[in-house]
Write a protein that binds this ligand. Structure first.
Ligand code: 4SX
Ligand code: FE2
Ligand code: CA
Length: 334
């Protein structure tokens, strides 16, 4: 147990992915999806959406294998970076201080940890700012990505993940539960949306997806049309559809390395302090697609490996519960 207070987390801020062919990734994420390139060198690409006033919300690093380098959360003040260091050190987690200039371009003093779930996670306050592109309609392309919305992580023990993020001050907007209230999935937030992070039951630690927001549902449809027009429909994995959980309109794509991205829009406000958790039954076939459409098995099973603080792959443990094996209509499985 830790006695150190948790850092005040503002929001999910960026994900850093290792990719095996940076040029192919640049084409997918920038030219097709419409992320804006804020910084680029031979080994790294910093990308952001139109609404983002901070340096990046996605970083692609050329690496030897496709994996998650780290998830990163912005904290309220510089002192919260110190609080994060003490909080995770108190839990016995590996913790490393990363001064400005030694970590990701644009990011100030940060702390990186391997959290109790086995994920590489960074906390920072200071970050460079960037030009407002909201009304640079002339630059908007593809899915016209507005901002990062959330991370979704695969973890074998959902109650444990829930307890960890609750201890970090996250609220819970929605869950998927069995008859005895066994937790199959949970959506948790600091910013005032449905989530900053969600848990998919499965072998883990692995990254399930990064969720990025558009302003409107037509932008979700447009990127599906663009991929079809280019005969690159193989990038489309699931959707478009309407989620039960979150009510968002969605489409899941796989990038050239298989990293999954969700194009996501139109969830709802959760900022009232007494906002109540909405609980879905695992037997409700509207929970993952409100229209009852099947969830493809790859969506439940496939995910990206994650790296430790030295860049080595983290070992993976098998899931305790398998939602895809629950006999319900929408999954067409079991
Ligand atoms: O598949 S779910 O409807 O449960 C869902 C998945 C809801 C919101 C998300 O962001 C997501 O990835
Ligand atoms: Fe998502
Ligand atoms: Ca059905």
């Amino acid at each position: 147990m830790t006695s150190s207070p948790a850092p005040d987390v503002v929001r999910s801020a960026y994900a850093q992915l290792a990719v095996t062919d940076l040029d192919a990734s640049r084409r997918f994420w920038a030219d097709l999806l419409g992320f804006h390139v804020q910084y680029e060198d031979a080994g790294v690409l910093c990308l952001r959406g139109t609404d983002e006033l901070t340096h990046h919300s996605l970083v692609l690093r050329q690496g030897g294998m496709a994996a998650l380098d780290h998830l990163s959360y912005r904290v309220r003040t510089p002192e919260d970076v110190d609080r994060a260091e003490r909080f995770f050190a108190g839990l016995g987690c590996p913790v490393r201080r990363v001064p400005r200039g030694q970590g990701t371009p644009g990011v100030g003093d940060a702390v990186r940890v391997v959290d109790p779930l086995g994920f590489p996670v960074e906390f920072f306050h200071d970050i460079d700012h960037a030009e407002r592109l909201i009304q640079r309609f002339d630059l908007h392309r593809g899915a016209q990505i507005a901002r990062l919305d959330h991370f979704n992580i695969c973890t074998p023990d959902i109650p444990n993940a829930y307890a960890h993020y609750e201890s970090l001050g996250f609220g819970c907007s929605e869950t998927i539960e069995g008859d005895e209230h066994e937790l199959y999935a949970a959506w948790m937030y600091r910013k005032q949306t449905v989530h900053d992070v969600a848990f998919t039951g499965g072998a883990g630690p692995r990254l399930h997806h990064v969720g990025v927001a558009t302003h409107e549902s037509h932008q979700v449809l447009r990127i599906a049309d663009v991929l079809g027009a280019l005969n690159e429909q193989h990038h489309i994995e699931r959707g478009p559809g309407r989620h039960g959980v979150s009510n968002a309109f969605y489409l899941y794509l796989r990038d050239p390395d298989g990293h999954r991205v969700e194009i996501y829009t139109s969830d709802y406000y959760t900022g009232d302090p007494d906002h109540e958790t909405y609980r879905w039954s695992v037997h409700d076939d509207r929970r993952r697609d409100f229209w009852g459409n099947a969830v493809i098995e790859s969506w439940y099973k496939e995910a990206s490996p994650v790296l430790d603080l030295d860049g080595n792959p983290q070992p993976v443990s098998d899931a305790l519960l398998d939602e895809s094996a629950v006999r319900v209509g929408a999954d067409g499985l079991g």
